[in-house]
Design a protein around this ligand. Structure first.
Ligand code: ME8
Length: 507
């Protein structure tokens, strides 16, 4: 079946300014979507989570209505993604009527089939995390996740029959050991499942900033509302053909702190609706500063706009994907970003382009010479595009970049070994042919690099493409990338440095 690739990010709480952690997940999704699009249809969804008490409180502190407050913040979020060269297909806001109507339809469907029922809720609640807690889970009487005070709630609520789906979910985990990655998160979630699951409240009556429960009785719990965005955006209940094209999602990206919502509650809601669980939920690690997770409420949030401005969005994207194996935490520092920018990007890649085009200019008037024909060099890299695509779509970004860098290194080494400046001085035909072959391979290698790095660095690779004298085709299908396709006679257009050096003075 020709199903489209569908990737999602969490929808972010709109209650504050975006930080680098939000850019991280969204950039990763963008890289996946751009890579998938080279071989078929792909759909990339992100958005904002706009309901709940936290948002209502923040709006009221700012003296605005919650809707006004959200509307005022949206440009900042969308601006962040634009600043990081993210190209999503849809941006869902949970206050949009398309979403609200579909969430109400889910509620009614599950109430009709008995998976949603009326009961009494009494227990602890953390507003900052919008999470209910059992007494036994509290740490010193406070929220175990964020350490804040919790409040006691006692209300008549609608409940979701989560307990009913435990066995099915356990079976799903057992027969699909790769559906939650990394393995550490899978194991943690399995342990929770083995402990047992309790039904949970999905309605709130002590505030009204949420989707009204059909027929009255408060508003729908913000997580129940938010999780459904992944299917309301693609036409669940309104456009079945579209929905079936995309669901189940290929990859749902999340930070590991929200794994329980996405791997236990979310698939159970889907099962209750008669739908399949997503194919993969990947719970990635945290970007930390001094060992602490970066978060908007922690006072250590780093302004992601300033970072993109200072280092360039594409260098930031490269750093985020290259710095750590995807899944692990990693610490962030401007020094590390500057190092990646200056070394991998400036010295290795940027200089390769600059040197190659300068030599072509000097020795062949900037015109691409004839292709050398079959070579061991071309042979060595023949499977690189498909290998890299597989690694990216398997979320092994660091390995993919390391493999691409083998080509960067090999091309740089050929310049050092074959010494074009010596070849250019000798008058014999063999040297001239060797120089032609080398210059051709350098340009062809750079063309490949632009193609393979395009999903990661969409803007800088476009500039490489332009300097190589190329116009269309940077987003071509990687499976038909062949060494030797670069046309003889192409006029290259050397330009400014791709990654100008950034002086970094550590404070
Ligand atoms: O949890 N490192 O929204 P949120 C890496 N609205 N990624 C980080 C990060 C960090 N330090 N900090 C945040 C919510 N993230 C809910 C989600 S989904 C139906 C509802 C990223 O604004 C990471 O993807 O708190 C994390 O899961 C997400 O932002 C949390 O965003």
């Amino acid at each position: 079946m020709n199903r489209a690739f569908y990737v999602t990010t969490p929808i972010y709480y709109i209650s504050g300014n975006p930080h680098i952690g939000h850019a991280y997940t969204t950039v990763v999704a963008d890289v996946l979507a751009r890579t998938a699009r080279t071989s078929g249809p792909a759909f990339f969804l992100t958005g904002t989570d706009e309901h709940g008490q936290k948002v209502a409180n923040a709006a009221s502190a700012a003296g605005k209505s919650p809707q006004q407050w959200c509307d005022d913040l949206i440009p900042r979020w969308q601006g962040l993604f634009a600043a990081y060269h993210v190209r999503y297909d849809d941006f869902i806001r949970t206050t949009q009527p398309r979403h609200e109507r579909a969430v109400q339809a889910v509620f009614e469907r599950l109430r009709d089939n008995g998976d949603v029922y009326l009961g009494k809720y009494e227990g602890w609640y953390c507003v900052a995390d919008e999470t209910f807690w059992l007494e036994s889970k509290l740490v010193d009487g406070k929220c175990p996740t964020c350490g804040r005070e919790v409040q006691w709630l006692s209300e008549d609520d609608w409940f979701f029959r989560l307990s009913k789906y435990r066995d099915r979910l356990l079976e799903h985990f057992r027969s699909n050991p790769e559906w939650v990655r990394p393995r550490s998160v899978y194991n943690e979630m399995m342990a929770l499942l083995e402990e047992g699951l309790e039904d949970f409240s999905i309605s709130r009556t002590n505030f009204d900033w949420g989707i009204p429960i059909p027929g009255g009785g408060g508003v729908i719990y913000v997580w129940f509302d938010a999780l459904l965005n992944y299917i309301t955006a693609i036409g669940w209940s309104t456009d079945d053909a579209r929905f079936r094209t995309y669901w189940p999602a290929s990859v749902q990206l999340i930070g590991k702190e929200i794994a329980r919502f996405h791997t236990i509650i979310w698939p159970s809601i889907l099962f209750a609706l008669g739908e399949e669980a997503p194919q993969l939920v990947f719970a990635h690690g945290w970007i930390t500063v001094d060992g602490q997770k970066i978060g908007k409420s922690w006072g250590n949030a780093v302004d992601p706009f300033a970072l993109a401005e200072r280092f360039g969005a594409d260098s930031m994207r490269y750093f985020l994907l290259r710095e750590a194996p995807f899944g692990s935490d990693f610490s962030y520092s401007e020094e590390k970003i500057a190092q990646r920018h200056n070394s991998d990007l400036g010295n290795d890649l940027g200089n390769l382009l600059r040197r190659s085009l300068a030599m072509l200019e000097k020795y062949r008037e900037g015109i691409v010479p004839p292709a050398p024909g079959e070579s061991a060099f071309a042979q060595r890299f023949a499977d690189l595009p498909l290998r890299v695509r597989e690694q990216i779509l398997d979320l092994r970004f660091r390995e993919a970049l390391e493999d691409v860098w083998e080509l960067v290194t090999a091309l740089n080494r050929r310049i050092d070994d074959e010494k074009p400046w010596v070849l250019a001085k000798s008058a014999d035909d063999a040297s001239a042919r060797q120089l032609d072959g080398l210059l051709y391979d350098l340009c062809e290698g750079l063309r490949w690099l632009a193609v393979l790095l395009h999903p990661v660095m969409p803007e800088r690779t476009q500039e490489m493409w332009r300097q190589l004298g190329l116009v269309d085709g940077i987003d071509r299908d990687w499976s038909v990338l062949r060494w030797g396709e670069l046309a003889q006679g192409t006029r290259t257009l050397p330009g400014d440095a791709l990654f100008p050096r950034i002086e970094f003075v550590s404070s």
